[in-house]
Design a protein around this ligand. Structure first.
Ligand code: IMP
Ligand code: MG
Length: 454
């Protein structure tokens, strides 16, 4: 019997912290020569901007690999689809001149559909909470919730005759409408008849892209040695199991969850690339040990005369959400989180973006810092503690200081082109995390990446 290859060809790109690490850029680099590019988790809470023929577009659902004409792109079973957004993205890509979008884009019928009532529920649940999560209000959590109660509607259900779809929506919205009524939100109560008509049409628009055999698609790719790239969404600390629950997203966005969402087995994996920035950021609420003070209140920048350290990092690194435009919380690089992430993510290599930016930040701050251990419960520790819920204590970072005032020209393409001071920073990240830094982002463009032999 002929065995399939022992090792797969898939490259998986996973966020190492709280998202917005620049996964899109490095994924794009791999997608350039890929056969298949897959999105495996999340929905329109994610977003990255891609540039095609000098025109910019923010993609929330379609893998950025669609830009490369040889790719087949799959929206996998772990993704929750807002069909209106997806249809707009398809249209926008076609208008930009991206070839054969509808032919190359595949959508599994198993993906669950985000309805307007999911977004209203997202806001309502947040309003109940004493400590809201700070979700993107894209209806992500409530859509996964309906999946769990077995009343979710998938693309397959959208394609049922409209009367049947209406019955399914009726069941799905019964508890939601009761909740809306009890909270004087009659105005947003869902109308199954109207929704069924509207969403069935969206289903029909998407039908040409329906992938009826997604597992077969990845299985064949594996056997034939095709190059597969999986574009992760969200990140390690936002995973609903291993992250800072409840301040997490509603999917399993670490490597294993992403693989499941992308119709892949562990055997199909070649490399796991974990992406981070040379500083850290977080949108939404929850613990962030290295967070620096900044002039932000209620998700907005408030006016200030003298910037705090956080303001300097935010403005230099343009830390505003691609999906919500919220100013992000920022801080110095936390290497301890990555040391904690290494094995559960199965990390092979690190990609560190914004190595140029942290140099500019270092010039303004006089130095940059890196968290290489925590003090927690009076002890020195080297991992992210799991029991902060019990202790009520956020670990205190212990910092090492770096000169930080380096300049990296965006023309640099070799590791030798990087100043020694920057190399020291990278070397320390490798020492503390145990993960080799293979990719270094040095500018905004897709090409602004140094690949290093490690
Ligand atoms: P949700 O995914 O909209 O439910 O939001 C849950 C938490 O995850 C919030 O803190 C969001 O800000 C965060 N989040 C979700 N998606 C992303 C992302 O793509 N980048 C960064 N943060 C995200
Ligand atoms: Mg993002």
């Amino acid at each position: 019997m002929k065995q399939a290859k022992a090792k797969g060809n898939a490259i998986i790109v996973i966020g190492g912290k709280w998202g917005d690490e620049g996964k899109g850029k490095i994924t794009s680099r791999f997608s350039k020569n890929a056969d298949i590019v897959i999105r495996g988790t999340g929905g329109a809470n994610a977003g990255h901007t891609i540039v095609y023929n000098g025109k910019k577009i923010a993609l929330h659902l379609i893998p950025g690999g669609i830009m490369y004409p040889q790719t087949t792109c799959l929206i996998g079973q772990g993704v929750v689809i807002d069909p209106k957004i997806l249809i707009e993205e398809i249209k926008a890509l076609e208008e930009m001149g991206v070839p054969e979008v509808k032919k190359r884009l595949k959508i599994t019928g198993r993906a669950h559909i985000v309805f307007p009532y999911h977004k209203d529920l997202d806001g309502l649940y947040e309003s109940f909470k004493m400590d809201p999560v700070g979700t993107t209000k894209r209806g992500i959590g409530p859509t996964y919730m309906d999946q769990d109660t077995r009343s979710g509607i998938r693309l397959y259900e959208l394609l049922q005759p409209v009367e049947e779809l209406e019955q399914l929506i009726k069941v799905a919205i019964t508890p939601h409408n009761q909740l809306f009524r009890a909270n004087n939100m009659e105005g947003v109560m869902a109308d199954a008849h109207k929704l069924a008509k509207e969403y069935h049409q969206y289903g029909e628009l998407l039908r040409p892209m329906l992938e009826r055999d997604p597992d077969g698609l990845t299985s064949r790719a594996y056997k034939e040695g095709k190059r597969v790239v999986v574009e992760g969404a969200q990140a390690f600390r936002l995973d609903k199991f291993v992250g800072d629950y409840p301040d997490v997203t509603s999917s399993n966005c670490i490597t294993t969850g992403t693989l499941l969402g992308a119709h892949l087995s562990h055997k199909m994996v070649d490399k796991v690339i974990v992406v981070v920035k040379a500083h850290d950021s977080r949108v939404g609420n929850g613990p962030f040990p290295t967070e620096l003070p900044a002039h932000i209140a209620n998700d907005q920048v408030i006016s200030y005369d003298e910037p705090y350290e956080g303001d300097i990092i935010r403005e230099n690194a343009h830390e505003y959400g691609a999906t919500t435009n919220r100013p992000r919380r920022v801080g110095f690089f936390d290497a301890v989180i990555l040391a904690t992430a290494k094995d559960i993510l199965g990390a092979d290599y690190l990609c560190i973006n914004h190595m140029d930016t942290i140099g500019e930040i270092g010039k303004k701050l006089g130095s940059v810092k890196m968290c290489t251990s925590y003090t927690y419960q009076g002890k020195l520790i080297h991992h992210y503690p799991d029991d902060i819920r019990l202790t009520g204590e956020i670990p205190t970072p212990n910092y090492e200081e770096f000169y930080g005032g380096w300049t990296i020209p965006s023309t640099a393409r070799s590791y030798d082109d990087i100043p020694e001071t920057a190399k020291e920073y990278i070397k320390r990240i490798e020492e503390v995390t145990g993960i080799p830094v293979k990719y270094i982002g040095i500018g905004p463009d897709n090409e602004d990446i140094i690949e290093r032999d490690v």
